[in-house]
Design a protein around this ligand. Structure first.
Ligand code: SF4
Length: 105
C-alpha cells in the first residue's frame, strides 16, 4: 500500500504536478466519503492512500474496479500544464532579476 502512494507520487511529479481545481477535488472527495472503502483515517481501504492528498492530484484515479472517478489528465493536458509551469517559472525568474537589478542601482 505504501508502494501505491509512492508510485502515485512519482507519477504526479513526472507529469508536472498538475493539481485538481477546488470543484474537481470536492467532487472526488464527496465520492470517497460515501464509498464503502473509505476509512475513518481518511484513507482508501483498497490502495491505502490518504485521500485528502491523493484526490488533489489530477494524475490519480480511484482504486476501485471499475474506478468511481478517473484521472483528470491526458497527453494534451499534461503538455499544457507543463507549459503553464514553465511560463510561471520564467515569470518568477524575471521578477527575481528585476529585484536584483533594482538593488544594483
Ligand atoms: S479511491 Fe475509490 S475505492 Fe478508494 S475510497 Fe475513494 S472512491 Fe473508494
Amino acid at each position: 500500500m505504501i508502494a501505491d502512494f509512492t508510485k502515485e507520487s512519482v507519477n504526479f511529479i513526472k507529469q508536472g504536478a498538475p493539481v485538481a481545481s477546488p470543484e474537481q477535488y470536492e467532487e472526488r472527495m464527496s465520492i470517497c466519503v460515501d464509498c464503502e472503502h473509505y476509512t475513518s483515517a481518511h484513507k482508501c481501504g483498497l490502495c491505502g492512500c490518504y485521500m485528502p492528498v491523493k484526490a488533489k492530484w489530477k494524475t490519480t484515479k480511484c482504486a476501485a474496479t471499475p474506478p468511481k472517478w478517473e484521472a483528470l489528465v491526458g497527453e494534451d493536458e499534461i503538455e499544457k500544464e507543463t507549459e503553464r509551469n514553465i511560463e510561471r517559472t520564467r515569470k518568477h525568474i524575471d521578477r527575481l532579476k528585476n529585484v536584483k537589478n533594482r538593488g544594483k542601482k
